[in-house]
Design a protein around this ligand. Structure first.
Ligand code: NAD
Length: 289
């Protein structure tokens, strides 16, 4: 794809994986709108990435439908179009651990961003992209955790990402069915250990959705513990360069793939094992089997 002059919107683009995508888009000549809820990080990202190309920030809370509509109004009023939409903003459930120790506010917060946020982003932008009738792409960031198989101690997060993968797959099929010039893709971040702000996602948790019973992080849910688990499972545990990851997403988009992100080939044996177990009516293996 010739990215020069293309308009891209990246939710959750001020930090972590999203910032890597913004970096990759700018180096390829796109014009980028970074939509993020975290004010300070948003202005820092725009200042630091500005020398690479045209980028601006719009403070957006994807969990708030009116905020997403205001983002789209801003983008269409200012840029006149959106060619590439990255629905990337996401959080953990802030708890993790035994599923029955998670609270309903863990579900509410996680789903408000990961599920309703992605849905609202697509529902707001896609009709406008279709109306423009030009080529366009929607990329939703899911996770192998839930999108492929659950990590059991991350039950709420996994459930949210299963919803994202299922929704985007349906969107992609329907876009093909109606012959739309817009495509949809799912992105599974991978390639190793992702040292992002996801581990401190609670910094953006709204006060009204706080846990009723505060508690320290559940075993297995801190960054060092997750690293140890990847190593124990024989999975790649080297820290990934997030700018490289952003470039991988664009490379895979150029290759016409539906699933974007490095390392998706490792899902096939796991999914075969899961299919075998399901065929025998047994409990299927997890992502960290
Ligand atoms: N880090 C991983 O290991 C990993 C693995 C698989 C998938 N993911 C997914 O990648 C995506 C990016 O996460 P990350 O790891 O870069 O974490 P991150 O915390 O570094 O980045 C997420 C960004 O989203 C923003 N954000 C949070 N809530 C928001 C809201 N309501 N509205 C708008 N922006 C909001 C944050 O401010 C932050 O800039 C998420 O969807 C996450 O679930 C991460």
């Amino acid at each position: 794809m010739d990215y020069a002059g293309k308009v891209a919107v990246v939710t959750g683009g001020a930090g972590g994986i999203g910032r890597g995508i913004v970096h990759a888009l700018l180096t390829r000549g796109a014009r980028v709108i970074v939509a993020d809820v975290e004010d300070g990080v948003l202005s820092t990202a725009v200042d630091e990435l500005g020398p690479l190309g045209p980028v601006r920030g719009v403070r957006t809370d994807v969990a708030d439908p009116s905020s997403v509509v205001a983002l789209a109004d801003d983008v269409y009023a200012t840029e006149g179009r959106c060619d590439l939409l990255f629905a990337n903003a996401g959080v953990t459930s802030g708890g993790g651990g035994l599923p029955w120790e998670q609270e309903i506010n863990d579900w509410r917060w996680c789903f408000s961003v990961n599920v309703f946020g992605v849905a609202q982003t697509v529902l707001t932008f896609l009709p406008r992209m279709l109306e423009a009738d030009g080529p366009g792409e929607i990329i939703a960031t899911s996770s192998g955790d839930g999108g492929v198989a659950p990590v059991p101690y991350a039950s709420v997060y996994a459930s949210s990402k299963a919803a994202v993968s299922c929704f985007i797959e349906a969107v992609a099929h329907q876009l093909r069915t109606v012959g739309a010039p817009v495509g949809a893709h799912v992105f599974y971040p991978g390639g190793g250990l992702l040292d992002t702000g996801l581990w401190t996602a609670g910094r953006n948790r709204p006060a009204e959705l706080e846990r009723v019973r505060p508690r320290p992080p559940a075993p297995g849910t801190t960054f060092p513990e997750f690293k140890a688990q990847l190593e124990a499972a024989g999975l790649p545990a080297d820290i990934v360069d997030l700018d490289w990851l952003g470039n991988q997403v664009l490379d895979h988009l150029d290759e016409g793939r539906y699933i974007l992100g490095p390392g998706s080939e490792r899902f096939a044996p796991l999914l075969h094992a899961r299919a075998e177990a399901i065929g025998r009516s047994e409990l299927p293996p997890t992502l960290l089997h």
